[in-house]
Design a protein. Sequence first.
Length: 227
Amino acid sequence: MQHYDWWYDDARQVGLDFEDETQVATYDARQGGSAERDRALLEHLGLKPHMTMADIGCGTGILVREAAQMCKAAVGIDVSATMLAAAKARGAGCENLSFQRAGFLSFEAPEQSFDLITAKNALHHLPDFWKAMAFTRMYAALKPGGRLYLRDVMFDVPGQQLAATAEGWIVWLTQNTGYSRAEGASHIREEYSTFAWAIERMLTDCGFKIVEHVQDGVYGTFVAERP
């Protein structure tokens, strides 16, 4: 990977501090993590025993551990050493599971090495310019026919509705997860959640073919394929 003096440091903390042990200890409950749902997702995405995959922003490793039990090799990638420690503990005994302390702009992988890349609730840590850079790197790392699964906060409402939508989402967070109002407000104010149409344009401009797009309130999901 070529290094430039203007390259973004994707290890910098944006919003919540996921090196904090309390944040990591409560992460699964707050995010609604579920091995059963992640296994069903991986089956839906077509993960097979001969395949290799990477989960970028793997968190505490629920999804990547399930993937390791279903495929030839899985890689969990996260910028947080504390998260990776939890993921490694969860994946203990999985010989085909490895980890990298890295992010979307710094992970290491040979070109065309993965059949599947997943990224749940992690891409919003990058500004939009760097999201596009991340997509080019993931595209290069996927084999032809390989798929990218992306789920994140992404808005799909007219500008006049953005304030009300953001406020409604923060209220929903406080009522349905362990996140506080201050933490939800910090996400809107300091992190880089963007628009679904911007994500779609970035993906297609990189060469991806959109296979699936589902919008569920402020959460959006894309499945994109490298032709």
